[in-house]
Design a binder for this molecule. Structure first.
Ligand code: HEM
Length: 157
C-alpha cells in the first residue's frame, strides 16, 4: 500500500473521529450512546423543521462571528444558502424534504477549504444544535450522517 493511500485512510478516520469527538467533548459525556434507537425519525428527534431552521439561523450568527470562516461567504446569497442547508439537513434526517441543490463537490469547489475550516464548521453546527436544545444522541447522529460528505466537500479544493 502506498504511503498516500495509507495517509488518506488515516486522514479520513481522523475526520470521522472529529465529528464524534466534537459532540462528546462539548458535553463531557463520554458514555452516552452515539446513536439512539427509537421508532421516531432523526428529523423528529431534531425537533422538525422549525428547530432545523432555528439551528441554521444560529449557525449563520456563529459563521458571521468567526473571521476564519466568514471570509468564504463574502459573495454568498445567505438566504439561499440557509434555505438550501435547511433542506439538506431535513433530507438527510429523513424529513419530508428533498435536497435539490448542487452536489457537495461542486458547491464547494476551489474555495481553498482545509480540515481546519471543515472542523470549525462542524463545531459551530454542533454548538448551534446544542444551544437550540437538541439532545446529544440526535446531534451525534446528524453529524454522523454528514461525516461521509467530507470526501465530496474536499474533492475539488
Ligand atoms: C459536511 C460539511 C458541509 C455541508 C453539509 C455543507 C452544505 C452546504 C450546502 C447545502 C450548501 C448550499 C449549496 C447551494 O444550494 O448552492 C453549501 C454552500 C456553501 N458552503 Fe458548505 N457545507 C459543508 C462544509 C462547508 C465548509 C467547511 C465551508 C467553509 C468553512 C462551507 C462553506 C460554504 C459556502 C461559502 C457556501 C456557499 C457557496 C456559494 O456562495 O455558492 N461549507 N454548503
Amino acid at each position: 500500500m502506498s504511503f498516500s493511500r495509507k495517509h488518506d485512510r488515516t486522514r479520513r478516520s481522523l475526520i470521522a473521529f472529529t465529528f464524534i469527538a466534537v459532540a462528546f467533548s462539548l458535553t463531557g459525556c463520554a458514555y452516552q450512546s452515539v446513536t439512539q434507537s427509537t421508532n421516531t425519525t432523526l428529523y423528529e428527534r431534531l425537533g422538525g423543521q422549525n428547530t432545523i431552521d432555528t439551528v441554521v439561523e444560529n449557525l449563520l450568527y456563529r459563521i458571521a462571528d468567526d473571521p476564519e470562516v466568514v471570509v468564504f461567504f463574502t459573495n454568498t446569497n445567505i438566504d439561499l444558502f440557509a434555505a438550501s442547508l435547511a433542506s439538506q439537513l431535513c433530507d438527510v434526517s429523513n424529513g419530508p424534504c428533498r435536497y435539490e441543490g448542487p452536489p457537495m463537490d461542486r458547491a464547494h469547489q476551489h474555495m481553498g477549504l482545509t480540515d481546519v475550516h471543515f472542523n470549525r464548521l462542524v463545531e459551530h453546527l454542533d454548538a448551534a444544535m446544542q444551544e437550540e436544545g437538541i439532545a446529544l444522541g440526535a446531534r451525534n447522529e446528524l453529524l454522523g450522517r454528514l461525516a461521509p460528505m467530507y470526501e465530496d466537500v474536499m474533492r475539488l479544493q
